[in-house]
Design a protein around this ligand. Structure first.
Ligand code: MN3
Length: 198
């Protein structure tokens, strides 16, 4: 199964001013595309050439000999998931079943939002902040580099990219400001509910 580079689910200008068209032009058009191209090149001729990306991630995670395959396949997956984790005029309080699970886990939306922001701030260097389903409970987690919660048996519901290329053109070094704005204005709760699947 070739790894694909799907179009953004909205126009490049649609997330401004939180995330500019220039950031999406580079982030989706160059960074994400490079991961997809590298993943397909690296997978060619391996036992995983026809495998689903989730299966490739689980098979190669933590295997030093397959580090490049894991990194590029996971980065391709993570970026597609990230684009869908955002939407124009999103953010703020969740709706649907995920709202009840957030209240059960954190007591309030505000406590959840702060936990997600702190996960992104606390990820030293490159990585991701996630909302995941772990068993029957929602958790906020963070992963370094390309790592994806699927390899730990968790189900991703939403993610925020905290690599510098995600925010540097718009926020320079102000990662907390980027996180706050994305959480307040862009998170796609419809996508979170669809991933929750209940
Ligand atoms: Mn990125």
């Amino acid at each position: 199964m070739a790894i694909d580079h799907p179009p953004l689910p909205y126009p490049k200008e649609a997330l401004a001013p939180v995330i500019s068209a220039a950031t999406l032009e580079f982030h989706w058009g160059k960074h994400h595309k490079a991961y997809v191209d590298n993943a397909n090149r690296l997978l060619e001729g391996t036992p995983w050439a026809e495998a689903a990306p989730e299966a490739v991630m689980k098979a190669t995670f933590g295997e030093a000999a397959h580090g490049a395959i894991f990194n590029n396949v996971a980065q391709a997956w993570n970026h597609t998931f990230y684009w869908h984790s955002l939407k124009p005029n999103g953010g703020g309080r969740p709706t649907g079943p995920v709202a009840d699970l957030i209240n059960a886990a954190w007591g309030s939306y505000d406590a959840f939002a702060e936990a997600l922001k702190q996960a992104g701030i606390g990820q030293f260097g490159s990585g991701w902040a996630w909302l995941v389903l772990d068993g029957e409970t929602l958790k906020v987690t963070r992963t370094p580099n390309a790592e994806n919660p699927l390899v730990h048996g968790q189900k991703p519901l939403l993610t925020i990219d905290v690599w510098e290329h995600a925010y540097y053109l718009d926020y320079q070094n102000r990662r907390p400001d980027y996180l706050a704005a994305v959480i307040e204005k862009l998170l796609n709760w419809d996508f979170a509910n669809a991933n929750l699947g209940r």
